[in-house]
Design a protein around this ligand. Structure first.
Ligand SMILES: Cc1cc2nc3c(=O)[nH]c(=O)nc-3n(C[C@H](O)[C@H](O)[C@H](O)COP(=O)(O)OP(=O)(O)OC[C@H]3O[C@@H](n4cnc5c(N)ncnc54)[C@H](O)[C@@H]3O)c2cc1C
Length: 299
Protein backbone atom coordinates (compact mmCIF):
# COMPACT_ATOMS: atom_id res chain seq x y z
CA UNK A 1 0.00 0.00 0.00
CA UNK A 2 1.16 3.55 -0.65
CA UNK A 3 1.36 6.01 2.24
CA UNK A 4 -1.80 7.71 0.96
CA UNK A 5 -3.72 4.42 0.91
CA UNK A 6 -2.60 3.65 4.45
CA UNK A 7 -3.52 7.14 5.70
CA UNK A 8 -6.96 6.80 4.11
CA UNK A 9 -7.62 3.74 6.26
CA UNK A 10 -7.42 5.98 9.35
CA UNK A 11 -9.00 9.23 8.23
CA UNK A 12 -10.20 11.51 5.49
CA UNK A 13 -7.23 12.78 3.49
CA UNK A 14 -7.28 15.79 1.16
CA UNK A 15 -4.33 15.94 -1.23
CA UNK A 16 -2.61 19.12 -2.38
CA UNK A 17 -5.00 21.06 -0.24
CA UNK A 18 -4.75 24.86 -0.11
CA UNK A 19 -4.27 26.31 3.37
CA UNK A 20 -6.26 29.32 2.20
CA UNK A 21 -9.33 27.20 2.87
CA UNK A 22 -8.21 26.38 6.41
CA UNK A 23 -7.01 29.71 7.81
CA UNK A 24 -9.12 32.71 8.74
CA UNK A 25 -6.50 34.90 7.02
CA UNK A 26 -7.28 33.03 3.77
CA UNK A 27 -3.52 32.87 3.19
CA UNK A 28 -1.31 29.83 2.65
CA UNK A 29 0.18 27.45 0.11
CA UNK A 30 -0.81 23.87 -0.60
CA UNK A 31 0.08 20.85 1.54
CA UNK A 32 0.64 17.24 0.48
CA UNK A 33 -1.91 15.83 2.92
CA UNK A 34 -4.61 17.51 5.00
CA UNK A 35 -5.88 14.79 7.35
CA UNK A 36 -8.94 14.38 9.58
CA UNK A 37 -8.19 11.27 11.73
CA UNK A 38 -11.24 9.10 12.49
CA UNK A 39 -10.53 8.97 16.22
CA UNK A 40 -7.67 9.01 18.76
CA UNK A 41 -6.45 5.53 17.91
CA UNK A 42 -6.43 6.42 14.22
CA UNK A 43 -4.54 9.61 15.08
CA UNK A 44 -1.87 7.57 16.87
CA UNK A 45 -1.46 5.27 13.87
CA UNK A 46 -1.33 8.20 11.44
CA UNK A 47 1.50 9.72 13.49
CA UNK A 48 3.39 6.39 13.36
CA UNK A 49 2.93 6.18 9.59
CA UNK A 50 4.14 9.74 9.05
CA UNK A 51 7.16 9.11 11.28
CA UNK A 52 8.05 5.87 9.46
CA UNK A 53 8.00 7.73 6.13
CA UNK A 54 9.74 10.79 7.66
CA UNK A 55 6.89 13.08 6.63
CA UNK A 56 6.85 16.30 8.69
CA UNK A 57 3.49 17.34 10.13
CA UNK A 58 1.67 19.96 12.19
CA UNK A 59 -1.52 19.62 14.22
CA UNK A 60 -3.78 22.62 13.75
CA UNK A 61 -7.19 23.76 14.90
CA UNK A 62 -9.38 26.23 13.04
CA UNK A 63 -6.47 28.25 11.69
CA UNK A 64 -7.76 31.40 13.38
CA UNK A 65 -4.40 32.41 14.83
CA UNK A 66 -2.18 31.38 11.96
CA UNK A 67 -0.07 33.00 9.31
CA UNK A 68 0.87 30.26 6.84
CA UNK A 69 3.62 30.35 4.26
CA UNK A 70 2.57 30.74 0.61
CA UNK A 71 4.93 27.90 -0.38
CA UNK A 72 3.98 24.26 -0.85
CA UNK A 73 4.48 22.11 2.28
CA UNK A 74 5.84 18.64 1.61
CA UNK A 75 4.18 17.29 4.68
CA UNK A 76 0.89 16.76 6.48
CA UNK A 77 -1.52 18.93 8.40
CA UNK A 78 -3.62 17.08 10.95
CA UNK A 79 -6.93 18.57 11.99
CA UNK A 80 -9.02 17.25 14.88
CA UNK A 81 -12.10 19.50 14.45
CA UNK A 82 -14.38 17.19 12.52
CA UNK A 83 -13.88 14.01 14.49
CA UNK A 84 -12.48 14.74 17.95
CA UNK A 85 -15.19 17.09 19.11
CA UNK A 86 -17.15 15.37 21.87
CA UNK A 87 -17.83 17.06 25.18
CA UNK A 88 -19.35 15.95 28.47
CA UNK A 89 -20.87 17.89 31.37
CA UNK A 90 -20.60 16.14 34.72
CA UNK A 91 -22.43 17.32 37.81
CA UNK A 92 -21.14 20.36 39.70
CA UNK A 93 -19.85 22.19 36.63
CA UNK A 94 -17.17 19.80 35.44
CA UNK A 95 -16.68 19.90 31.67
CA UNK A 96 -14.56 17.43 29.72
CA UNK A 97 -14.04 18.30 26.05
CA UNK A 98 -11.99 17.06 23.11
CA UNK A 99 -9.47 19.33 21.40
CA UNK A 100 -11.47 19.63 18.18
CA UNK A 101 -14.47 21.30 19.89
CA UNK A 102 -15.26 24.86 18.85
CA UNK A 103 -14.89 27.06 21.94
CA UNK A 104 -17.80 29.22 20.75
CA UNK A 105 -19.94 26.10 20.73
CA UNK A 106 -18.67 25.06 24.18
CA UNK A 107 -19.53 28.48 25.59
CA UNK A 108 -23.09 28.15 24.20
CA UNK A 109 -23.48 24.63 25.62
CA UNK A 110 -22.19 25.84 29.01
CA UNK A 111 -24.72 28.68 28.94
CA UNK A 112 -27.54 26.22 28.14
CA UNK A 113 -26.48 24.27 31.24
CA UNK A 114 -26.49 27.53 33.30
CA UNK A 115 -22.73 27.25 33.76
CA UNK A 116 -20.53 30.32 33.96
CA UNK A 117 -16.81 30.66 33.09
CA UNK A 118 -16.73 30.34 29.31
CA UNK A 119 -18.53 33.59 28.46
CA UNK A 120 -15.24 35.17 27.34
CA UNK A 121 -14.93 32.49 24.61
CA UNK A 122 -18.24 33.22 22.94
CA UNK A 123 -16.62 35.27 20.15
CA UNK A 124 -13.28 33.48 19.72
CA UNK A 125 -13.41 31.44 16.50
CA UNK A 126 -10.94 28.70 17.51
CA UNK A 127 -10.83 25.09 18.62
CA UNK A 128 -10.22 23.99 22.17
CA UNK A 129 -6.77 22.67 21.16
CA UNK A 130 -5.81 26.06 19.74
CA UNK A 131 -7.23 27.84 22.81
CA UNK A 132 -5.23 25.64 25.20
CA UNK A 133 -2.08 26.15 23.13
CA UNK A 134 -2.53 29.96 22.96
CA UNK A 135 -4.22 30.44 26.32
CA UNK A 136 -6.93 32.26 24.42
CA UNK A 137 -8.75 34.89 26.40
CA UNK A 138 -10.67 38.13 26.46
CA UNK A 139 -12.21 40.55 28.94
CA UNK A 140 -9.61 39.76 31.64
CA UNK A 141 -10.39 36.05 31.51
CA UNK A 142 -8.73 33.16 29.71
CA UNK A 143 -9.00 29.42 29.17
CA UNK A 144 -6.36 28.71 31.86
CA UNK A 145 -8.54 30.39 34.50
CA UNK A 146 -11.12 27.57 34.33
CA UNK A 147 -8.74 24.73 33.45
CA UNK A 148 -8.01 21.73 35.68
CA UNK A 149 -5.78 19.76 33.33
CA UNK A 150 -5.09 18.59 29.79
CA UNK A 151 -4.87 15.20 28.10
CA UNK A 152 -1.89 15.19 25.78
CA UNK A 153 -0.23 12.80 23.38
CA UNK A 154 3.51 12.87 23.84
CA UNK A 155 6.11 10.33 22.70
CA UNK A 156 3.31 8.01 21.60
CA UNK A 157 1.63 7.97 25.03
CA UNK A 158 -1.55 9.63 26.30
CA UNK A 159 -0.88 11.53 29.53
CA UNK A 160 -2.83 13.75 31.92
CA UNK A 161 -1.04 16.99 32.82
CA UNK A 162 -2.22 19.27 35.63
CA UNK A 163 -2.74 22.94 34.74
CA UNK A 164 -0.06 23.93 37.31
CA UNK A 165 2.55 22.10 35.23
CA UNK A 166 1.69 23.90 31.99
CA UNK A 167 3.23 27.32 32.72
CA UNK A 168 0.15 29.30 31.73
CA UNK A 169 0.48 33.08 31.41
CA UNK A 170 -0.79 35.89 29.18
CA UNK A 171 -1.28 34.16 25.77
CA UNK A 172 1.37 31.67 26.87
CA UNK A 173 1.51 27.95 27.63
CA UNK A 174 4.19 25.29 27.84
CA UNK A 175 2.78 23.86 24.58
CA UNK A 176 4.43 26.76 22.75
CA UNK A 177 7.83 25.34 23.82
CA UNK A 178 6.88 21.74 22.93
CA UNK A 179 5.39 21.86 19.46
CA UNK A 180 5.48 18.05 19.18
CA UNK A 181 2.96 17.57 22.02
CA UNK A 182 -0.58 17.05 20.80
CA UNK A 183 -3.48 18.34 22.89
CA UNK A 184 -6.28 15.77 22.95
CA UNK A 185 -8.68 17.47 25.33
CA UNK A 186 -9.13 19.34 28.56
CA UNK A 187 -11.03 19.27 31.82
CA UNK A 188 -12.62 22.48 33.13
CA UNK A 189 -14.33 23.65 36.30
CA UNK A 190 -17.28 25.94 35.60
CA UNK A 191 -19.57 27.61 38.16
CA UNK A 192 -23.31 27.38 38.46
CA UNK A 193 -24.90 30.64 37.34
CA UNK A 194 -28.04 32.25 36.04
CA UNK A 195 -28.71 31.26 32.43
CA UNK A 196 -30.28 34.60 31.48
CA UNK A 197 -27.37 36.60 32.95
CA UNK A 198 -24.82 34.39 31.17
CA UNK A 199 -26.71 34.71 27.88
CA UNK A 200 -26.98 38.50 28.21
CA UNK A 201 -23.27 38.85 28.99
CA UNK A 202 -22.36 36.77 25.93
CA UNK A 203 -24.70 38.78 23.72
CA UNK A 204 -23.29 42.13 24.90
CA UNK A 205 -19.73 40.95 24.28
CA UNK A 206 -20.60 39.69 20.83
CA UNK A 207 -22.10 43.10 20.11
CA UNK A 208 -18.90 44.82 21.30
CA UNK A 209 -16.83 42.64 18.99
CA UNK A 210 -19.06 43.36 16.02
CA UNK A 211 -18.73 47.08 16.68
CA UNK A 212 -14.96 47.12 17.21
CA UNK A 213 -13.50 44.32 15.05
CA UNK A 214 -13.30 43.91 11.23
CA UNK A 215 -15.24 40.64 11.26
CA UNK A 216 -16.23 41.06 7.61
CA UNK A 217 -12.62 40.66 6.41
CA UNK A 218 -10.15 37.76 6.61
CA UNK A 219 -7.89 38.23 9.65
CA UNK A 220 -6.46 36.30 12.60
CA UNK A 221 -7.54 38.45 15.52
CA UNK A 222 -5.03 40.60 17.41
CA UNK A 223 -1.63 40.65 15.75
CA UNK A 224 0.41 41.81 18.78
CA UNK A 225 0.30 41.03 22.47
CA UNK A 226 -0.44 44.10 24.54
CA UNK A 227 2.79 45.59 25.90
CA UNK A 228 2.70 46.87 29.49
CA UNK A 229 2.90 50.54 28.55
CA UNK A 230 -0.31 50.73 26.48
CA UNK A 231 -2.71 48.56 24.47
CA UNK A 232 -1.19 47.44 21.16
CA UNK A 233 -4.01 49.03 19.12
CA UNK A 234 -3.28 52.40 20.71
CA UNK A 235 0.40 52.08 20.03
CA UNK A 236 -0.11 51.20 16.34
CA UNK A 237 -2.63 54.03 16.05
CA UNK A 238 -0.23 56.56 17.59
CA UNK A 239 2.42 55.55 15.07
CA UNK A 240 0.06 56.76 12.35
CA UNK A 241 -0.23 53.28 10.85
CA UNK A 242 -4.00 52.75 10.94
CA UNK A 243 -4.99 51.84 7.37
CA UNK A 244 -1.36 51.39 6.25
CA UNK A 245 -1.17 48.91 3.40
CA UNK A 246 1.50 46.62 1.97
CA UNK A 247 0.24 44.65 -1.03
CA UNK A 248 -3.08 43.15 0.02
CA UNK A 249 -2.34 43.40 3.77
CA UNK A 250 -3.72 46.40 5.63
CA UNK A 251 -3.80 47.62 9.22
CA UNK A 252 -7.53 47.52 9.80
CA UNK A 253 -9.32 50.85 9.68
CA UNK A 254 -11.68 49.55 12.37
CA UNK A 255 -9.13 48.09 14.85
CA UNK A 256 -5.46 48.93 14.51
CA UNK A 257 -4.21 45.75 16.23
CA UNK A 258 -5.78 43.74 13.39
CA UNK A 259 -4.22 43.20 9.97
CA UNK A 260 -6.76 42.30 7.32
CA UNK A 261 -6.38 40.53 4.00
CA UNK A 262 -8.10 43.07 1.78
CA UNK A 263 -9.88 41.50 -1.22
CA UNK A 264 -8.13 38.23 -0.33
CA UNK A 265 -5.04 39.28 -2.30
CA UNK A 266 -2.50 39.42 0.53
CA UNK A 267 0.49 37.09 0.59
CA UNK A 268 2.16 35.80 3.72
CA UNK A 269 5.11 38.09 2.92
CA UNK A 270 2.81 41.15 2.74
CA UNK A 271 1.61 40.45 6.29
CA UNK A 272 5.14 39.72 7.55
CA UNK A 273 6.41 42.98 6.02
CA UNK A 274 3.61 44.96 7.65
CA UNK A 275 4.28 43.31 11.03
CA UNK A 276 7.97 44.06 10.70
CA UNK A 277 7.32 47.73 9.78
CA UNK A 278 5.11 48.19 12.86
CA UNK A 279 7.70 46.50 15.11
CA UNK A 280 10.53 48.67 13.76
CA UNK A 281 8.56 51.88 14.30
CA UNK A 282 7.45 50.81 17.80
CA UNK A 283 11.08 50.23 18.71
CA UNK A 284 12.26 53.53 17.19
CA UNK A 285 9.55 55.73 18.70
CA UNK A 286 8.78 54.03 22.06
CA UNK A 287 11.67 51.56 22.54
CA UNK A 288 9.00 48.84 22.82
CA UNK A 289 9.53 45.32 21.46
CA UNK A 290 6.11 44.33 20.11
CA UNK A 291 5.61 40.56 20.33
CA UNK A 292 3.26 38.86 17.90
CA UNK A 293 0.24 36.90 19.11
CA UNK A 294 -0.29 35.36 15.67
CA UNK A 295 1.56 32.05 15.12
CA UNK A 296 3.73 31.71 12.01
CA UNK A 297 3.89 28.50 10.05
CA UNK A 298 6.70 29.09 7.60
CA UNK A 299 7.84 26.27 5.32
C1 LIG B 1 -11.98 37.56 14.43
C2 LIG B 1 -11.04 36.93 15.43
C3 LIG B 1 -11.13 37.27 16.76
C4 LIG B 1 -10.27 36.70 17.71
N1 LIG B 1 -10.38 37.08 19.02
C5 LIG B 1 -9.55 36.50 19.92
C6 LIG B 1 -9.66 36.86 21.32
O1 LIG B 1 -10.50 37.66 21.72
N2 LIG B 1 -8.80 36.28 22.18
C7 LIG B 1 -7.85 35.38 21.77
O2 LIG B 1 -7.11 34.87 22.63
N3 LIG B 1 -7.74 35.03 20.48
C8 LIG B 1 -8.55 35.57 19.55
N4 LIG B 1 -8.42 35.21 18.24
C9 LIG B 1 -7.34 34.31 17.82
C10 LIG B 1 -7.70 32.81 17.80
O3 LIG B 1 -9.09 32.62 17.54
C11 LIG B 1 -7.32 32.09 19.09
O4 LIG B 1 -5.94 32.20 19.36
C12 LIG B 1 -7.69 30.60 19.06
O5 LIG B 1 -7.49 30.05 20.32
C13 LIG B 1 -6.88 29.79 18.04
O6 LIG B 1 -7.48 28.51 17.92
P1 LIG B 1 -7.39 27.67 16.56
O7 LIG B 1 -8.07 26.38 16.77
O8 LIG B 1 -7.84 28.47 15.43
O9 LIG B 1 -5.82 27.43 16.49
P2 LIG B 1 -4.91 27.47 15.19
O10 LIG B 1 -4.82 28.86 14.69
O11 LIG B 1 -5.30 26.41 14.25
O12 LIG B 1 -3.51 27.08 15.85
C14 LIG B 1 -2.86 27.94 16.76
C15 LIG B 1 -1.69 27.17 17.39
O13 LIG B 1 -2.23 26.14 18.21
C16 LIG B 1 -1.64 24.89 17.89
N5 LIG B 1 -2.66 23.84 18.07
C17 LIG B 1 -3.94 23.86 17.66
N6 LIG B 1 -4.56 22.71 18.04
C18 LIG B 1 -3.63 21.96 18.66
C19 LIG B 1 -3.64 20.66 19.27
N7 LIG B 1 -4.74 19.91 19.31
N8 LIG B 1 -2.50 20.21 19.82
C20 LIG B 1 -1.36 20.96 19.80
N9 LIG B 1 -1.29 22.18 19.25
C21 LIG B 1 -2.40 22.67 18.69
C22 LIG B 1 -1.25 25.01 16.41
O14 LIG B 1 -0.21 24.12 16.07
C23 LIG B 1 -0.81 26.47 16.32
O15 LIG B 1 0.53 26.61 16.72
C24 LIG B 1 -9.29 35.76 17.28
C25 LIG B 1 -9.21 35.40 15.93
C26 LIG B 1 -10.08 35.97 15.01
C27 LIG B 1 -9.99 35.56 13.57
Amino acid sequence: MTLLEKLEVYGKVLQNESMKKHTTYRIGGTVDYYIYPKNELALMRILQLLKEEQVPYHVLGRGSNLLCSDNHFHGAIINLDRTLNDFFFEKEGLLLAQAGCSIINLSIEAMKNSLSGLEFASGIPGSLGGALYMNAGAYKSDIASILKGVYILRDGKIEWVEKEDLDYGYRHSLFQNHKDWIILGGCFQLKEGNRKEIEDLMASRRQRRMESQPLDMPCAGSVFRNPEAMPAWKLVESLGLRGHKIGGAQVSLKHSNFIVNVDQTATCQNVLDLISLIQTKAKEVYDIDLITEVERLIW
